[in-house]
Design a binder for this molecule. Structure first.
Ligand SMILES: [Zn+2]
Length: 350
C-alpha cells in the first residue's frame, strides 16, 4: 500500500527524540537533523533471525528510522508460523523467511533497504558481522546466541591502559521469548557482562518451534517432539495422545528413534521422551511484539544516544498481570572483580 503522506508523520515522534535536548539523554548526545540522517544513512543494523521475533524487529526498526537493515535466517516458512510471523502469507510457505520478510517490510515502508541472507549464521565470514553498527538478536536457541556473542566479543580490543577501545565494541541487543515470558538485554563487549558469562540466567531449554521440529531437527528433543506433535496426528487420525498411556509413549519413543537416525542425532531415550512430551509452551504473538518493541527502542538509544540505555536486562512476564523488571545481575559484577570473565578467551583471535 503506497502512502505518500506517511513519511512526515512517521518521523514526527522520532524527531521529538532526536531533535531536542533532554535530561535522560546518553553521553555525547547532540540533538539535530544530522542525527536523523546518521540513522538513515550510516547506521547499519543486522537482525539475526526472521521468525516470530525477527518479523517484529524488522518492522519496528524500519519504523524507528533505520534505513539500512540486513537479516539472516536459515529457515523456510512453515504453515505453523503463520499465526504470529505476520509478514508471511500462505503462498509463502516453503520460501526462505529472510527473503520474504525483507521484501514485505520494504513493500510497506518506503525508503528502507533490507538485505536478506538465507543461510546459517556460521556460514558468514567474521568480517560480515564486523560491518554492522549493531547486531540485534531475535533467536530461539542458546547455541546461536553463544555463537554471535563469541563473534562480537572477538572484535573487542583493549588499549594500553587495559580499557576497551570504543571503536571495537560491537553492541548486541538480545531479545528472547518463551510463551508468556520474555527478555530484552543489551550486551556491550568489555562494558557489560557478555552472553556467555550470564548463560546461567537461562532456564534449561525444553520448548521448540514447530518449524524447527519439522524442518531442521538438531537435538534428540527435537526428534521426540516431532514424533509427538506431528507424527502422532498423521498416524492416528483423531485419536488424541495420552501422555500417561505407556503404549502411546512407547510409540512416540520408537518414532523419535527413527527420526533421530534419519538426521544422525544421538541421545533419544525413553525417559527423555517422557520428559520432553509433557512440557509444551506455545509461541505467543503478544510476547514477541512487546519484546521486539523493547529491543528496537534500545537499538535506537544505542545508535543515537537519545536516551540512556537499559541497564541492562529487562524481563517480561504476562500472567495475571504484565510485569516488567530491569536488573543488572549482581552476581556477574562480582565475578573476579571484572565485568566479564570471557575477555581472556580470545575467541577466533589469530
Ligand atoms: Zn563474558
Amino acid at each position: 500500500m503506497a502512502d505518500t503522506t506517511a513519511q512526515p508523520s512517521r518521523s514526527r515522534d522520532l524527531d521529538k527524540l532526536l531533535l531536542r535536548p533532554g535530561h535522560l539523554v546518553g553521553p555525547n548526545f547532540e540533538p539535530g537533523p544530522e542525527l536523523r540522517d546518521d540513522l538513515k544513512e550510516y547506521a547499519k543494523v543486522l537482525v539475526v533471525g526472521a521468525g516470530g521475533l525477527g518479523c517484529e524487529l524488522l518492522k519496528d526498526l524500519a519504523l524507528s528510522g533505520f534505513r539500512n537493515l540486513e537479516v539472516i535466517d536459515m529457515d523456510r516458512i512453515e504453515v505453523s508460523n503463520l499465526n504470529r510471523q505476520f509478514l508471511f502469507r500462505f503462498e509463502d510457505v516453503g520460501k526462505p523467511k529472510a527473503e520474504v520478510a525483507a521484501k514485505r517490510v520494504m513493500d510497506r515502508i518506503s525508503g528502507v533497504n533490507i538485505v536478506p541472507h538465507f543461510c546459517r549464521i556460521e556460514d558468514k565470514e567474521l568480517e560480515f558481522y564486523n560491518d554492522f553498527s549493531i547486531i540485534v538478536l531475535g533467536l530461539d536457541s542458546i547455541e546461536a546466541r553463544s555463537y554471535i556473542n563469541a563473534v562480537a566479543c572477538s572484535f573487542l580490543e583493549y588499549d594500553s591502559d587495559d580499557n576497551p577501545r570504543e571503536e571495537t565494541i560491537k553492541p548486541m541487543v538480545d531479545g528472547g521469548t518463551e510463551g508468556f515470558k520474555g527478555h530484552a538485554r543489551i550486551i556491550m563487549p568489555g562494558v557489560t557482562p557478555c552472553f556467555e558469562c550470564t548463560i546461567w540466567l537461562f532456564p534449561p531449554q525444553v520448548k521448540f518451534p514447530l518449524c524447527t521440529l519439522a524442518e531442521t531437527p538438531r537435538t534428540a528433543a527435537h526428534c521426540i517432539e516431532y514424533a509427538h506433535l506431528i507424527k502422532w496426528d498423521e498416524a492416528h487420525s483423531g485419536k488424541s495422545f495420552d501422555p500417561d498411556n505407556p503404549e502411546h509413549m512407547q510409540w512416540v519413543y520408537s518414532e523419535a528413534v527413527k527420526r533421530a537416525e534419519l538426521f544422525g542425532i544421538l541421545g533419544v531415550t525413553y525417559s527423555l521422551t517422557q520428559g520432553v512430551v509433557k512440557n509444551i509452551i506455545p509461541a505467543i504473538a503478544s510476547t514477541n511484539a512487546i519484546i521486539s518493541a523493547a529491543c528496537a527502542l534500545e537499538t535506537l538509544k544505542i545508535v543515537s544516544a537519545c536516551s540512556k540505555t537499559l541497564s541492562n536486562y529487562l524481563t517480561l512476564s504476562i500472567y495475571l498481570k504484565i510485569t516488567l523488571s530491569c536488573f543488572y545481575p549482581e552476581q556477574v559484577l562480582r565475578t573476579e572483580g571484572r565485568i566479564c570473565i570471557c575477555r581472556d578467551l580470545q575467541y577466533w583471535k589469530r
